[in-house]
Design a binder for this molecule. Structure first.
Ligand code: CP
Ligand code: NVA
Length: 313
């Protein structure tokens, strides 16, 4: 597999390899510090980023390479150059392209027109690199035996909810998305793919609309912002009203297992999708989770460039 365009591209074996390598990089970030010597990695983002950008640039540096950060309107793309021509040019200079933008189809097109690995660093539909860091955090916390454990996401049925369901399916986990019904439920096509993957992996996929049911006996309570990058401001009032019952608070945390943790991809809005008490409390693992963005992206770059990622086929 040349690219990581969507979470569903990864096989269980790929994820296991990436998590193992990321754990090695956590012990010694410089263990492959000549892998990208004298080479560059382009990082093109049309949306803001704190973690993904810093993690990616640092990961490239730790592999001995140089990141080239390109802001949305810096390229000639904005003046009508095609995605395909842009991809060919970036492929002539860089060894990989990390891209964050709105449309999944634009990332797919960059992937097919490039000769170098293209990594999806968030689209409106998906966020695969975040899930690698999340599962490294889950693995570190609970080990590899996750039988009987439940992993629940709360809130907007957005890109994070999609990636959460798909990665849970790949990992053979019991994953839950607790979202409102209707406009802010996860995409039905994504749920279908998660269920297809689950048939082979033994995962259980549950979509529920009752936050208490999702929290009951869960080992992870996960949430994300209610307003994603690009969501129209006109939706804010309605989304705030409909999503309010899914806010992760102490009451929901008390329904989790004794060893249950709180996770969030960040950025967070305290008082909206999570209370300050929970996110800044003893069961929150957000800082460790954010730190894992670096080593998981480092592992991904390392193995994609080496051609070690086989994909789900
Ligand atoms: N979690 C995440 O992707 O953070 P940034 O938007 O800051 O990159
Ligand atoms: N759903 C959020 C995730 C940010 C990491 C967004 O797309 O803005």
């Amino acid at each position: 597999m040349k690219d990581l365009l969507r979470t569903a591209d990864l096989s269980r074996a790929d994820v296991e390899l990436l998590l193992a390598t990321a754990a090695d990089f956590a012990k010694d970030p410089l263990r492959a510090d000549t892998a990208l010597s004298n080479r560059t990695v382009a990082i093109y983002m049309t949306k803001p980023s704190t973690r993904t950008r810093l993690a990616s640039e640092t990961a490239v540096a730790h592999l001995g390479g140089t990141p080239i950060f390109i802001r949305g309107d810096d390229l000639q793309l904005g003046r009508g150059e095609t995605i395909s021509d842009t991809a060919k040019i970036i492929s002539q200079f860089a060894s990989a392209l990390i891209v964050r933008t709105h449309k999944q189809s634009d990332v797919d097109e960059l992937g097919s027109a490039s000769s170098i690995p293209v990594i999806n660093a968030l689209t409106d539909d998906d966020h695969p690199t975040q899930l690698l860091a999340d599962w490294l955090t889950i693995r570190e916390t609970f080990g590899s035996d996750i039988a009987g454990r439940k992993f629940s996401y709360f809130g907007d049925g957005n890109n994070m909810s999609h990636a959460w369901l798909i990665m849970g399916a790949i990992m053979g986990a019991h994953v839950v998305a607790a979202t409102p019904e209707g406009a802010w439920a996860p995409d039905e096509g994504v749920v279908k793919v998660a269920r297809e993957i689950a048939r082979d992996s033994g995962a259980t996929i549950e979509i529920v609309h009752d936050p208490r049911a999702a929290a009951q006996g869960a080992s992870v309570l996960y949430t994300d912002v209610w307003m994603s990058m690009g969501d129209p401001e006109s939706q804010r009032v309605e989304k705030t009203r409909v999503l309010a019952p899914f806010s992760v608070n102490e009451e929901l945390m008390n329904l989790a297992t004794k060893d249950g943790i709180f996770m969030h991809c960040l950025p967070a809005h305290r008082g909206e999708e999570v209370t300050a008490e929970v996110i800044d409390g003893p069961r929150s693992v957000i800082w460790r989770e954010a730190l894992h963005r670096r080593t998981t992206i480092q592992a991904l770059l390392f193995h994609l460039i080496n051609g070690d990622i086989k994909g789900r086929g």
